[in-house]
Ligand binder design. Structure first.
Ligand SMILES: [Zn+2]
Length: 470
């Protein structure tokens, strides 16, 4: 059966299940008013064949030439030389076919701070960066600390470009670090994890209670580790650059102490702690040691921490201001070692958009953070793959199956029957980072003008192309 779909401007072959739905609709026109039926009709019609690509299996650590047939939004076949009719055929010769990237640390600024970003623009930025699933942090205005806020994020995301958005609930009400939120209620409303990210949880007793309750709900706490009293609102790492600028700095030990504390609390409570954006060589050492003891601790880092040092502040000013701060050459090396030996489980972005005006303020008054969704894969490939430091499946594992496992999401792997969330990229294509091309409202990146190697060509969610590089 062939039908014309005006929004796609082409004819599509329909499988028998789909024509049954259409026949039923003719008989019962009221079915047309059921919105989810419409949605399933949309999904049923597409059959997509991705040919000749190098398919990554991040769990088995392999890269093999295979074809991939997508039907009804799921992967129907995965083997070499598939011959099948399809509505859409993508020739992926010379390209890498990866599970869609999973970014577990994103600030979408919605509700309340939508001049910086909103869920829609954030999702468009994700699609351009090859990210098909992302978890968004709770430090919005109001804070994501009630079931209503979870539902708001999910509903707004559902109207977007198709990227899966998972809200993270706050650990403490209003992120004030005083009183815990209702974890069970947040979980039931769709919170995928818990975090006060942006703020450290200074009160060890509150953190301990939070871990006990989170464990009961089977939820993971994502911890922003930096002792508040030791870092205040300071702008840069404590060290050579802070002394050169006559500024008080944020010492490495402020991060390392809290990681140590949280690891010990995780050991005692048997709860799962995930440390956000680690930035120092000693943080890597601590976590390596704690993992060896069998403690349920995982961690992430971000491209800026294995690419840039505190020196960036001297040339880029506020664009290089981020929490935790960019550190030293020795720390960059330590982070890379941690990525290579598996101590660091995840590469996330900590995508943190701010307005141009905010970043124009002087260094001590500008907000911290940088955007990352549209540059993360390219910087990572440039820094870790093209330098020969890591193999491709190892890198992809830290951007797909590992974060999916920590969030208990059934994503991050391409297998028959799994959701057809796929990122296709050219690992060798060179391009120059130009913030004016970003879909994000944020332009705040210290990577502007950098030539990188690795470009997203297609982003596919549920078997639908949501971004194509032209
Ligand atoms: Zn943070």
């Amino acid at each position: 059966m062939t039908l014309f779909f005006p929004e796609r401007g082409k004819y599509a072959l329909l499988n028998p299940v789909c024509s049954v739905i259409i026949k039923t609709r003719k008989l019962c026109p009221e079915l047309l008013h059921v919105p989810d039926m419409r949605e399933s009709l949309e999904e049923f019609k597409m059959k997509m064949l991705i040919k000749n690509g190098k398919v990554v299996d991040p769990v088995n650590g392999t890269l093999s030439l295979m074809d991939l047939l997508v039907e009804n939004g799921k992967i129907a076949l995965l083997e070499p030389g598939i011959e099948s009719e399809a509505d859409e055929i993508i020739d992926a010769k010379g390209l890498v076919v990866s599970p869609g990237l999973v970014d577990m640390h994103v600030h979408l600024r919605d509700p309340g701070l939508t001049y910086k970003e909103d869920i829609h623009t954030g999702a468009l930025a994700a699609a351009r960066g090859g990210v098909t699933s992302m978890a968004c942090m709770a430090n919005t205005s109001p804070v994501l600390d009630t079931p209503e806020q979870m539902i708001y994020v999910k509903e707004k995301a559902a109207q977007g470009c198709g990227v899966n958005v998972y809200p993270i609930g706050a650990v403490s009400k209003g992120l004030r670090g005083k009183e815990l939120t209702d974890f069970e209620e947040l979980k039931n409303a769709g919170a995928i994890a818990l975090s006060d990210d942006g703020n450290n949880i200074d009160d060890a007793n509150l953190m301990r209670d939070a871990l006990i309750r989170a464990r009961r709900q089977g939820m993971t706490i994502l911890a922003h580790c930096e002792d508040s009293n030791m870092v205040g609102n300071r702008a840069v790492n404590e060290g050579r650059v802070s002394r050169q600028l006559w500024l008080e700095g944020r010492p490495a030990i402020a991060e390392e102490l809290v990681i140590m504390r949280d690891a010990m609390l995780a050991e005692e409570t048997k709860a799962a702690v995930h440390v956000c954006h680690i930035s120092t060589a000693r943080s890597v050492e601590i976590i390596r040691r704690m993992k060896k003891k069998g403690i349920a601790i995982t961690c992430e880092t971000c491209p800026q921490y294995f690419t840039l040092t505190e020196d960036e502040i001297l040339t880029q000013g506020t664009l290089a201001r981020v929490n935790p701060p960019l550190r030293t050459e020795k720390d960059v090396k330590g982070i890379i070692t941690g990525l290579k030996d598996g101590t660091i489980d995840v590469i996330a972005t900590d995508h943190a958009p701010h307005s141009v005006d905010e970043k124009r303020r002087e260094l001590t008054k500008a907000p911290s953070g940088m955007v990352g969704l549209e540059t993360s894969l390219a910087i990572t490939l440039t820094q870790l793959y093209h330098t020969g430091r890591m193999e491709l499946p190892e890198i992809i594992r830290r951007m797909t199956s590992n974060p999916a496992a920590i969030l208990k999401l059934n994503k991050g792997r391409l297998m028959v029957g799994s959701d057809a969330d796929i990122t296709i990229f050219d690992p060798d294509e060179e391009w120059t980072i130009d913030p004016d091309q970003f879909a994000s409202k944020g332009r705040n990146t210290p990577f502007a003008g950098m030539t990188v190697k690795g470009k997203v060509k297609y982003t596919i969610v549920n078997g639908k192309v949501i971004y194509q590089d032209k």
